[in-house]
Ligand binder design. Structure first.
Ligand code: UDP
Length: 463
């Protein structure tokens, strides 16, 4: 802080799900490192789950919450996302407005609020802030290539490319997402571009996401958790649609020195000692993120493929991920000695461990970036949102892994896991990509330079 300059206080408000909370907490850690005061806004439901160690991490950080408007026992999985969105827009937004109004005075301990950074999936949060005279920036936690796809949807609809009918040729090329003409196929577009397999209805999330994406252009700036060297072309095509764009990722690598605990689940650290007992690059790490739910049939195919590949594996298997009792099935598959199952892993530490040889992931953006930074080859099995396009970039543009999209058969799993564990070419590409991204987040690199520009931008807004 320059002498004489009033302290800057930013309210950071993520969409209340793990992946969003993680990247916005990494942003928070970076802003704290730059001397700013931060109010991190959870929902009441999540605040009861988080590690309060965050609150003690810095006297310039405090955690606050607003109700999400759902009863406490109401499910908050990806299938309930519409209920959550609706109740946040109604009950949540009223409480948020009242909270912002109360932060506009210096309360002694914390300076007056100067600026809001709100998740791009909470457009009401930027609108309300601006209406109260508080400048607001939007943060989208997904990849730039996915955001560009949403920006391109109106044109795709005009051309009749979207929505994609059931039974359409999914390998057909998509020509009008700028910069991706050579490799993007229908199957790589965000999942909501496809008609519902049974009802043939348009996914209502498509319109919601398209309108939220367009709404980000009203924010003072758009912040993306990506690096120029990863997504230069997508960033260049997004820039004309926004007032300003900051590409400051991978944030977990930028803010590593001041990392804050991020998990809503209790991490099972026991798997680190288990990894210690394994040879270098001999273990497959499997995680499908915080939201994905799979059928028993998919689980059985995945398990059979993993067992068939013959490597030891560590599987982060949330208790709510499969309907039946998967742990017993793993025991029965005869792989007991070679498999370690945890409900929730300390994923970034796991990926950094020398014993991990590849990462079977759903290609959520945080997981993809975490795998990229550690130079670990990826096997991608995408489910929804940006995962389809992320996995195409992994398989075709960056070359740091393979894409298992739309197929989960044991023979395919086995083949792809073997390829990721054994291919020198994939490993070399993954490590080269890691080097490149580490340069972006080092002092003087593009992401760090953009991060400093963001801090100055926020300070200017606050004057
Ligand atoms: N994660 C974790 N332990 C697990 C599984 C996931 O710490 O056992 C973290 C992971 O490191 C990532 C986040 O949860 O930061 C998941 O975010 P992502 O964007 O990959 O997927 P989502 O959960 O949003 O589908």
């Amino acid at each position: 802080m320059q002498p004489g300059m009033a302290p800057v206080h930013v309210l950071v408000f993520p969409w209340p799900m793990q992946g969003h909370i993680n990247s916005m907490l990494h942003l928070t850690a970076g802003l704290l490192g730059a001397g700013l005061h931060i109010t991190f806004l959870h929902t009441d439901h999540n605040l009861r789950r988080v590690d309060r160690a965050n609150a003690a991490a810095s006297p310039r950080l405090r955690l606050m919450s607003v109700p999400d408007g759902l009863p406490d026992d109401h499910p908050r999985s990806v299938d309930d996302i519409k209920d959550l969105g609706r109740s946040l827009r109604t009950t949540g937004s009223v409480a948020y407005r009242a909270l912002l109004a109360s932060l506009l005075v210096d309360d002694g301990g914390f300076p007056k609020l100067s600026c809001v950074v709100a998740d791009g999936l909470l457009p009401f949060a930027t609108d309300i802030a601006e209406a109260l005279g508080v400048p607001a920036l939007a943060f989208r936690t997904e990849s730039a290539c996915s955001l560009l796809a949403y920006l391109s949807v109106p044109r795709l609809v005009e051309l009749g490319e979207v929505p994609i009918p059931v039974g359409a040729e999914l390998d057909a090329p998509v020509h009008c997402v700028p910069g991706m003409e050579g490799f993007l196929r229908r199957r790589d577009l965000p999942s909501s571009c496809r008609l519902h397999a049974e009802t043939h209805d348009v996914d209502p999330m498509l319109q919601v996401l398209v309108s939220y994406t367009a709404h980000s252009s009203r924010a003072r700036a758009l912040i993306l958790n990506t690096a120029a060297s990863l997504e230069r072309s997508a960033l260049a095509h997004i820039a004309p649609h926004m007032r300003d764009v900051f590409a400051i990722g991978p944030l977990h690598a930028i803010s590593a020195a001041t990392a804050l605990p991020t998990s809503l689940w209790r991490e099972d650290d026991g798997c680190m000692a288990w990894l210690d007992g394994h040879a270098d690059r001999s273990v497959v790490y499997v995680s499908l993120g915080s939201l994905t739910v799979i059928s028993l049939e998919q689980f059985t195919e995945l398990l059979s493929g993993l067992v068939g590949a013959g490597y030891a594996f560590l599987w982060a298997l949330r208790p709510d991920m499969v309907g039946a009792s998967p742990k017993e099935a793993i025991e029965k598959a005869g792989n007991g000695g070679k498999a370690r199952i945890v409900d929730w892993a300390p994923q970034r530490d796991v990926l950094r461990h020398r014993a991990v040889g590849c990462f079977l992931t759903h290609a959520g953006w945080n997981s993809t970036l975490e795998g990229v930074v550690e130079g670990v080859p990826l096997v991608c099995w995408p489910f929804f949102m940006d995962q389809q396009i992320n996995s195409r970039f992994v398989g075709t543009v960056w070359g740091n892994g393979v894409d298992m999209k739309d197929v989960c058969e044991r023979a395919v799993v086995e083949r792809m896991v073997r390829e990721a564990m054994e291919s020198g070419e994939l490993r070399t590409s993954a490590q080269a990509l890691a080097q490149q991204v580490r340069r972006d987040v080092a002092e003087g690199g593009s992401s760090t330079t953009e991060f400093h520009r963001l801090v100055s931008f926020i300070k200017q807004l606050s004057c």
